[in-house]
Ligand binder design. Sequence first.
Ligand code: SF4
Length: 295
Amino acid sequence: MPSILDPDLRRALAERVRYCHEMGIYDFYRREPRVSESGTITSAVVELDGLSSTSEEQREEMAAKKSAVAARVADRNIMPVLPSNPEQAITDPVAALKLIREDLGDCTRCKLHKGRTQIVFGVGNPYADLMFVGEGPGADEDAQGAPFVGRAGQLLNNMIKAMGIRREDVYIANVVKCRPPGNRTPERDESETCSPFLMRQIAVIKPKVVVALGAVAAKNLLATNASMSELRGRFYDFMPSGARSSDPSWQGTKLAVTYHPAFLLRDPRQKGEAWKDLQMVMKYLGLDPPNKPVE
Ligand code: SF4
């Protein structure tokens, strides 16, 4: 009996589906198996009703072959060997984040790996109600392995403190986890390759609010090209790709957009606007506004 799905094809399919999972695609639809007279899957669909020239006996035989093949395909369903993101079976966010980090490994999925010192995965409270997402690591972050630890990080710390909470209370990550050369903006293919891991982090942490810091984070998370002035000042319903709305533990997340701290360092006049954004977030989270602007 010829093999219906040879091991190489099976492996290739497994790799393809794994890639789709990393991109946040989980729902697949299988077409009716296509069956040749020899019982192998072919590219031509056999429409039994259209076989006017075949005898009743032949049609019955082919129908039997078709259902036998369908049964074998179902029996050899490739999905069981293609686990969805492994953290989905884990309820503890600490363990789930660890699994995502292990899955990321010594990542070389995009060209940003060439210039990095280390991967900057993300830090903070895995149970956080509030998560900040920036663009990518800079030189300090690349050296220390943690996001927002340079001058912009100091300002972000001040912003968090002004909200009446501590840096340890929130979770902080970036769209890309390796430093772009010369701190350039991550290129589209780099963001698209890396952001599924960020989406998985968000899906595990399930924060009540994600704050996108700057246009790159906002555009990646919201898949939009709108300007900062269009994006700021309101909440968006946000569900990371890969999260399942049918998951009873998924409550949905709000997303707000504000300026990147590095931009605020360059243009401190915008701090008042950033403070308005943070006050909107504080109100939603029920945090007491200390009426103290970002310094
Ligand atoms: Fe991998 Fe992300 Fe680093 Fe690219 S930026 S190499 S996808 S960890």
